[in-house]
Design a protein around this ligand. Structure first.
Ligand SMILES: *[C@@H]1O[C@H](CO)[C@@H](O)[C@H](O)[C@H]1NC(C)=O
Length: 328
């Protein structure tokens, strides 16, 4: 995560958001036993993390590569979208040069997040079109520099809308994204999609089962994402660790056609237990790594539809990780 995002995480466990504290937590995660590579295939680094080292002076990115884990970079730069009700788009200035440098520094994929909000008049047609085009230009620039783009159009869970409305909006957004990727000559086989799951808004009073979330999600994907796309890695948004795992499992058990690999690209839902176990103390390294490994394994099983909930999860794993208008 970016420094400011880490700040939100560290605040929850009352640890100061300094570069050194961020580095220490990352070191604990990255030096976990190499069997983690059976559950995690890639890590999206923030610019700071790409050039950060462990306490022995070894670059984090090399620690990851030695485990057979692919290194990616999170691009930054949201911008207000003029003429809308506080909607945003993504900026592309200098992206090509940065991608070329990252490639030289051992990065193999990129990720860029566009944010779409559900509200009275939102997302507007303008915001959907503009973000789809920007994501497509970003994807094209990545590919021209030898990076695999992860395309992330996130419909955020803020609001009280129901599951059906989220599905409707998600379909509109994804359809626009794949039209734009085609317009921009992006090679779909060399991309990954990182979408939201279709869920009801955070403030919706009606609750839905993982099976209902799965059916709405796979239906939306089936209607809009070409089979040429090899993989879809869901973001966890504000879901608790356990919900993110249960929903992914249900998605993989959903009886609709699923021509893509359906996996995870979780931030919050992979680290909440680990952060709670760490609490900013080096002495908690082992417990932190165990908590991290446990979530990684659970999601690895869920990505195959083989997760069995044991009912023994710690409290951190069932806590909502929702942050209003989540930015990073
Ligand atoms: C996982 O790590 C082990 C130990 O470093 C290594 O032997 C193995 O090849 C790695 N697996 C993958 C898939 O990279």
């Amino acid at each position: 995560e970016a420094g400011s995002t880490m700040g939100n995480r560290l605040q929850r466990i009352k640890v100061e958001n300094t570069e050194e504290n961020r580095r220490q937590f990352r070191e604990i995660l990255f030096t976990v036993d190499s069997s983690i590579n059976q559950s995690i295939g890639g890590v999206i680094l923030f610019h700071e993390t790409l050039y950060q080292k462990d306490s022995q002076g070894k670059l984090f990115r090399n620690i990851l590569k030695e485990k057979g884990i692919v290194v990616g970079i999170k691009n930054q730069g949201g911008a207000p979208l003029a003429g809308t009700n506080k909607e945003t788009t993504i900026g592309l200035d200098g992206l090509s040069e940065r991608c070329a440098q990252y490639k030289k520094d051992g990065v193999d994929f990129g990720k860029w997040r566009a944010v779409l909000r559900i509200d009275n008049q939102c997302p507007s047609h303008l915001a959907i079109q503009e973000n789809a085009n920007a994501l497509a230009r970003y994807a094209s620039i990545c590919q021209q520099n030898g990076l695999v783009p992860i395309v992330e159009p996130e419909v955020i869970p803020d609001g009280d809308h129901d599951l059906e409305h989220c599905q409707y909006v998600t379909e509109k957004v994804l359809a626009a994204v794949y039209k734009a990727l085609n317009d921009h000559h992006v090679y779909l086989e060399g991309t990954l999609l990182k979408p939201n799951m279709v869920t009801a808004g955070h403030a919706c009073t009606k609750k839905y089962t993982p099976e209902q979330v799965a059916m709405a999600t796979v239906t939306a994907l089936h209607r809009t994402v070409p089979a040429a796309v090899p993989g879809i890695c869901f973001l966890s948004g504000g879901m608790s660790e356990e919900d993110a795992t249960l929903n992914l499992n249900a998605i993989n058990l959903c009886p609709l056609p699923k021509p893509w690999k359906l996996s995870f690209s979780y931030g919050r839902a992979l680290q909440a237990s680990a952060l709670a176990a760490w609490g900013g103390k080096a002495a908690n390294k082992k417990a932190t790594q165990e908590a991290f490994m446990k979530r990684a394994l659970a999601n690895c099983q869920a990505a195959k539809g083989q997760y069995v909930h044991t009912g023994s999860s710690g409290s951190a794993s069932t806590q909502s990780l929702f942050t209003a208008c989540y930015t990073y």
